[in-house]
Design a protein around this ligand. Structure first.
Ligand code: ADP
Ligand code: ZN
Length: 738
């Protein structure tokens, strides 16, 4: 903000000006003039929310600072008003700039994430309530009216909705009574729906390892200093109890806490646990919230009324007033990477936010990512390890089933050993989990007559049969068709053949073998809200379900004491494909799912079906040798100068017009960076060469650690002509190579 009130008579210098950043895909803020009242009565500061004209529209933005433009005074527009919302803190604004620079996204589009609910800037709606007039007019008393009068007698004013619920009379009768003067209207002040969690309520007594970690993290919160702690611990070791202590400390300082979870559906058990301990629910933030809930929550975070926020990655972009600690649970999880719009890694950006806010952050996982462990090895992050399950529960016994020897029946997927183990489990009145990371019935459908394969017309992908809903579905774009009677290629009837299994097919096979067992399929299609997840959790806890067949959605977090057997149907699913993290990720997922077994008094066991028992992943699982496995993977990455030893960036060129896309790729190839410390691979058709009707080509930029990869890419793109209608997307530190 400028503060110079110059003595020059040049008009352009007498107007006070400020920069306002708008939540639109612009790279910089725009300069506006400040009207008089905002100079004197309500002086503007950096971070204030304001509304400004943009073309014929009025939009909200944030006063941003920086050098203002000296455009002629007749061209400059005035700020319309200052919004009555707490300003965006300095640390948040620096965070936005950091995210924008690092991920090469426009500053305005980052602000858009921070202002995801523009309506929240409007003053909260007043609640209109009704009470009885002290002097009732003469009215005709119907039974319905009488009920309302009874409800309101001697009571504080109530909303029409509340009156209607209490009296069992419709709201229109309430409003009718108001019209004829029998009721009075009053405006009630807005009340936050968020309570402050009772952080003084005692938690469990921690064991030594837990106490050590909790003490250190609490001290960091107290000192308000930036530190990164990696909290590693076998599933069920009580990591959550440790970081709840850190949250208590933040609350005791009057500060806010943020917990990111990879899968918000997972939140169900988490929320209950939180509520049991602290007496109220935390604020939730995820894609399934209603618009009204979003508005209220955003505002409550901005005012500081919401103390603890638990959410998916986008919760990182809420306007915290006074953050005291950040927790990333399951920090290794890939879902923290946002893959469209502004592409960013929420875990990594959270570390940046913690740094800028001068607060500690804790990265929690049973299988921390190689990147985080490397930071530990180099002394940048601190490390805590919980080595045993809490309360003496044993870790499950993991064994590998070699599918080449223990063969299922033709066209079946469950090996005799796994079937036997299931039988023993149900006989002992225990629960089991079958894990297969494939939704639907079969990943590929083909025609037995001519070999025709059903493919998505808009994507380079097979259509996946979902038999429960009778559809062939594209998992990338949502395209769907009813499976046809006749093959569209050879016209023969009833020749369709399902190749390979998905969870629905495993369910079918299971139900033939165990018709009396109560089985349930759990996939993202039927389990994407906390409510749905809670329902499943309760039925598991009440033992109304004996077996869950699910994808990775059931691999994480859940704690079911009677679940003693986990069967992995196909451990090899994620191993192929040229992804640098394929092995690590498969290991993490299988380890995580195995951690669901035997969490209570009864010992658990895990059977892993594979055609590749010698694979490093299977060996590490069998021998419970996480350390060795990570070391091998780390050496491998180091040898190939892969992250975290080198840097990567994906460049994806896409568009409807294939020719233009190829032209763009060709132009980029000519100017691609290749010299000391940096090289560019590609262009190559992306594995998903067609996605939602868009043709896609990829480059992969690989650089030494010291190279400023963003700067190199920026000058590369600047020097290259890209055809119109061709989109260039940048993915710094890519996790997906599709
Ligand atoms: P993790 O997050 O490491 O998987 P949890 O925090 O979910 O482990 O703990 C597993 C179970 O053990 C939970 O039911 C939890 O309440 C319980 N637990 C953990 N630590 C303690 C403790 N110190 N005292 C009592 N119960 C504990
Ligand atoms: Zn598709």
């Amino acid at each position: 903000m400028t503060s110079s009130s110059s003595t020059s008579i040049d008009l352009s210098h007498t107007l006070e000006r400020v920069n306002v950043l708008l939540p639109l895909p612009f790279g910089h803020a725009y300069t506006y003039a400040v009207p008089n009242n905002l100079l004197t009565e309500y002086p503007l500061k950096n971070g204030d929310f304001v509304s400004v004209p943009l073309g014929s529209r009025e939009v909200y933005g944030v006063v941003w600072g920086g050098k203002v433009s000296d455009v002629a005074p007749e061209k400059i527009k005035f700020i319309i008003s200052k919004i009555n919302t707490p300003p965006m803190p300095e640390s948040t604004r620096r965070f936005a700039e950091w995210v924008s620079r690092y991920n090469m996204a426009s500053l305005g589009s980052v602000l858009k994430m921070l202002m995801s609910v523009p309506d929240a800037l409007k003053p909260p709606r007043q609640i209109i309530a009704y009470s009885l007039h002290t002097k009732m007019p003469e009215i005709k008393m119907t039974p319905a009216r009488l009920k309302i009068v009874e409800v309101l007698k001697g009571r504080d004013p109530l909303s029409a909705k509340a009156i209607s619920e209490l009296s069992d009379v419709s709201q229109s009768v309430v409003k009718g009574l108001f019209k004829i003067g029998a009721l009075r209207r009053v405006n009630l002040p807005f009340q936050s729906i968020f309570e402050t969690p009772n952080w003084e309520s005692p938690g469990p007594t921690l064991n030594d390892e837990q106490a050590l970690a909790a003490q250190k993290i609490r001290a960091d919160v107290k000192k308000a200093q930036f530190t990164v702690n990696v909290l590693e611990g076998v599933p069920g070791s009580g990591k959550t109890e440790v970081y709840l202590e850190a949250i208590c400390e933040a609350l005791s300082q009057g500060k806010q806490a943020l917990v990111l979870l990879p899968e918000i559906a997972l939140g169900a058990q988490w929320f209950e646990r939180f509520e049991n301990r602290f007496g109220c629910a935390p604020a939730q933030w995820h894609s399934d919230l209603t618009q009204a809930k979003r508005r209220i929550t955003w505002r409550a975070v901005a005012t500081g009324a919401a103390k603890v926020v638990v959410g998916a990655r986008s919760a990182l972009f809420l306007p915290y007033q006074n953050l005291g600690v950040i927790i990333i649970d399951e920090e290794h999880d890939q879902s923290f990477k946002q893959e469209d719009g502004v592409i960013y890694n929420a875990r990594d950006m959270a570390v940046v936010l913690a740094n800028l806010s001068k607060i500690p952050i804790t990265l929690v996982s049973a299988t921390p990512s190689l990147e985080s462990l490397q930071n530990v090895a180099q002394g940048r992050y601190k490390h805590f390890n919980l080595t045993d399950r809490y309360g003496g529960a044993q870790l499950p016994d993991i064994s590998i089933i070699d599918m080449r020897e223990d063969r299922p029946d033709p066209g079946k997927w469950l090996s005799p050993k796994l079937i036997e183990a299931l039988r023993v489990t149900f006989d002992a009145d225990e629960q089991a989990l079958l894990f297969l990371n494939r939704r639907g019935y079969a990943p590929l459908t083909l025609c037995k007559g001519c070999g025709h394969r059903f493919q998505c017309p808009q994507c380079t992908a097979w259509l996946v049969e979902h038999r429960f809903i009778g559809r062939l579905l594209c998992h990338h774009c949502g395209y769907q068709v009813t499976p046809p009677q006749k093959c569209p290629s050879c016209d023969k009837e009833d020749q369709l053949f399902a190749c390979g299994p998905g969870v629905e097919r495993i369910a079918e096979e299971f139900m033939e073998l165990f018709p009396e067992i109560r089985a349930e399929v759990a996939v993202s299609d039927n389990l994407h809200t906390p409510g749905q997840a809670q329902n499943l959790v309760h039925r598991m806890e009440n033992r109304e379900i004996d077996l869950v067949i699910g994808t990775q959605i059931v691999a994480k977090g859940y704690h079911f004491p009677y679940l003693t057997l986990v069967g992995v149907i196909d451990a090899d699913v994620g191993l192929t494909g040229g992804d640098i993290r394929a092995l690590e990720r498969t290991y993490q997922l299988l380890y995580q799912v195995s951690g669901r077994a035997g969490r209570g008094d009864r010992p658990g066991r895990v059977l892993v079906q594979t055609y590749d028992p010698e694979n490093a992943v299977m060996q590490a699982l069998k021998n419970a040798d996480h350390k060795n496995f990570i070391q091998t993977m780390t050496r491998d990455r180091e040898r190939h100068h892969m992250p975290p030893f080198g840097r990567l960036a994906g460049v994806i060129i896409s568009g409807k017009d294939e020719h233009a896309v190829d032209q763009g790729a060709l132009n980029l190839a000519r100017t691609a960076p290749h010299d000391h410390g940096i090289m560019t691979l590609g262009p190559a058709p992306a594995p998903l060469a067609l996605l939602r009707g868009q043709h896609r080509r990829r480059f992969l930029v690989k650089a030494n650690k010291e190279v400023n990869i963003q700067a190199r890419i920026r000058s590369w793109l600047k020097a290259t002509v890209i055809p119109r209608k061709v989109r260039v997307q940048l993915d710094i530190d890519p996790y997906s190579f599709l």
